[in-house]
Design a protein around this ligand. Structure first.
Ligand code: ADP
Ligand code: MG
Length: 344
């Protein structure tokens, strides 16, 4: 190499490009589980069951009872940018499904071994990527199995050898889905275990769902909070949720946030709520928050993060301020009620 001579630029092989991109979409075992479960939800499933071996490195299996996949689509199912959910770029503005890029399944085939078993009403078949689809006995829905995740990414695999680590993240993920989608039953277990670590049944009460997933001690200490659509000052959004009271004491904040039914993170909102708790209930300053925000679809940009974990919102500051004052007045009222109770 001589400094006077620039290095030659060449085009990367498609397989290299795909594997690099896949590493961004599927960052860790729990990201694969999230993509698979979101596919199950997009397929209108009412039951989603997850089995995990070795923290997801050996096996991730997601079975659902959704609408299944057409036989004729199986050959392109695991190619990059193949989707049944999006056609035009403009559709992104009004997208309701959680998937839209057609990258998740493809990505998994670049960093693991994928087997798909699916049945659409009246048809039975099994789609193994390399082979022709073969008929097999299956119940309604789809089962996707990812084996040997990151087998071809040595460094990444090593990072996750401490397998209990991602399993707890997977349990946490399923718990979050379960308390939002209360009309879907979820389970999550370790391969070979008879007991499930998450087991939710369909219910009409969010509080019951939280009770069964997070335990009675959490559920007992929650208060309902909402900013209804009818509130004129909130014309751009609606919020409802359950937030912990002064009796709930924990080491860290749990914030389960859904925006337009998408499980997302919003650090700014979480901080804003923590600040209110610290100022109002200093002894219970690490709250449990479940919150569902509904916004006009065109006010949310869902395409800002490769894992779709963060979304960006129009009027974010306004929304955060509104929620902050709603939380504050809820906490103040409950605090006053408590003081009053203690005095009488
Ligand atoms: P995306 O979800 O962005 O469309 P994916 O790679 O996750 O991309 O999935 C590709 C396509 O495979 C989906 O658009 C959907 O049609 C189909 N699919 C994947 N998982 C399931 C499932 N569990 N049930 C039914 N269809 C599925
Ligand atoms: Mg998807």
């Amino acid at each position: 190499y001589s400094p006077s001579e620039p290095p030659k630029i060449h085009r990367l092989d498609e397989s290299v490009v795909n594997r690099i991109a896949a590493g961004e979409v599927i960052q860790r075992p729990v990201s694969a589980v999230k993509e698979l479960v979101e596919n199950s939800l997009d397929a209108h499933s009412t039951s989603v069951n997850v089995v995990v071996k070795d923290g997801g490195l050996k096996l991730i299996q997601v079975s659902d009872d959704g609408h299944g996949i057409r036989l004729e689509d199986l050959p392109i199912l695991c190619e990059r940018h193949t989707t049944s959910k999006l056609t035009n770029y403009e559709d992104l503005q009004s997208i309701k499904s959680m998937g839209f890029r057609g990258e998740a399944l493809a990505s998994m085939t670049y960093v693991g071994h994928v087997t798909v078993t699916t049945i659409t009403p009246g048809k039975l078949h099994d789609g193994v990527m390399e082979d022709e689809p073969k008929p097999c006995a299956a119940v309604k829905g789809t089962q996707i199995m990812v084996e040997n995740l990151f087998y071809n990414m040595i460094a990444r695999r090593k990072t996750f050898q401490n397998s209990s680590d991602d399993y707890s993240k997977i349990v946490d993920l399923l718990s979050r889905f379960a308390i939002h989608h209360i009309n879907v039953s979820f389970s999550c277990r370790k391969h070979g275990a008879s007991r499930a670590d998450v087991h939710s049944v369909t219910t009409s009460s969010r509080l019951d769902s939280i009770k069964s997933v997070y335990g009675v001690s959490v559920a007992l200490n929650l208060m309902k909070i909402e900013i209804p659509d009818s509130d004129p000052s909130s014309s751009v959004f609606e919020m409802d949720g359950l937030i912990s009271n002064s009796n709930y004491v924990a080491k860290k904040t749990t914030m389960v946030l859904f925006i337009n039914d998408r499980l997302v993170e919003c650090t700014a909102l979480k901080r804003a709520i923590e600040i209110v708790y610290a100022a109002t209930l200093p002894k219970a300053s690490k709250p449990f928050i479940y919150m569902s925000i509904v916004l006009p679809l065109e006010h949310v940009d869902v395409n800002v993060h490769p894992t779709k974990r963060e979304v960006s919102l129009l009027n974010q500051e306004f929304i955060i301020n509104m929620i902050q004052s709603a939380v504050e007045s809820k906490l103040r009222n409950s605090n006053e009620a408590r003081t009053f109770q203690e005095q009488t």
